[in-house]
Design a protein around this ligand. Structure first.
Ligand SMILES: [Zn+2]
Length: 247
């Protein structure tokens, strides 16, 4: 190895982002003596949103550290649960519609727009509303304007939900939010929502809720058991009581 090489040790959780040569306990990486460690790690393909503690020869350094030849560098994955400077609020990209609906089902604030508003508008909204940008698109997560971001590791909605809940531990308040638009639900009378009900529903149901934003009516209909199973599983694993939970 020459004097411009550094030794990198990546946490195994980050292997998914890098070429096979770097999926090892230790791999050599060229350092130019000018680029920051953050830049070096990102240029290997790892989004900085996924990077936790960085250490050089055992001592913790910031991402702005400029590596020099011979350094032994360790790159941890982000700590779970990850601390945010505000309440956990999310913004999901166009590919994560199912995850958005499941988060809303659990009462987690999950903004999502379809049709797609584009990366620039998503990044600006993340900044403007201090929302964690959730995406599987590394280019989107790399945008400077993004307030905070998280790569969603799986293709499968069940695993995506567990990933986000274990990473951010948002307070859960099932059945309080509209799965269609993210608005808050309020109790509703049968009379106030009767225009949205079929005759059969009117006859067999007495408990209704309505979205205060879009007006969508909710009741325990045909899909209730499937949704309740998703809620029960999430609450069992992640539903620790929280002081910020809605009453
Ligand atoms: Zn709604």
């Amino acid at each position: 190895m020459d004097s411009t090489e550094i030794w990198l040790s990546l946490a195994p959780e980050l292997y998914v982002f890098v070429a096979p040569a770097h999926r090892a306990e230790r791999s050599a990486v060229r350092a130019d003596g000018a680029s920051t460690l953050g830049h070096v790690v990102q240029s290997l393909g790892v989004p900085l949103t996924e990077v936790g503690a960085l250490t050089v020869d055992g001592r913790q350094v910031p991402a702005a550290h400029i590596p020099t030849g011979g350094e032994e560098i360790s790159v941890q994955s982000v700590a779970r649960p990850q601390q945010l400077s505000g309440p956990p609020r999310f913004l999901l990209d166009i590919h994560l519609g199912t995850l958005a609906r499941r988060l809303r089902l659990l009462g987690v604030d999950a903004a999502y727009e379809n049709p797609d508003i584009g990366d620039a508008a998503l990044a600006a909204r993340s900044a403007g509303e201090q929302r964690v940008m959730l995406s599987r698109d590394r280019g989107l997560l790399r945008r400077r304007e993004v307030w905070a971001g998280a790569y969603v590791y799986s293709h499968r909605p069940e695993e995506q939900l567990r990933d986000v809940l274990s990473r951010f531990a948002p307070p859960l308040a099932p059945w309080t939010r509209c799965t269609a638009c993210n608005g808050m639900l309020r109790d509703a009378t049968k009379a106030s929502v009767h225009e949205q009900l079929r005759i059969g529903t009117q006859r067999t149901h007495d408990t209704f809720a309505q979205c205060s934003d879009c007006g969508q009516a909710y009741w325990q209909g045909a899909h209730h058991e499937r949704l309740a199973a998703i809620v029960d599983e999430a609450v069992r694993e992640f539903g620790t009581p929280s002081p910020t939970r809605a009453p």
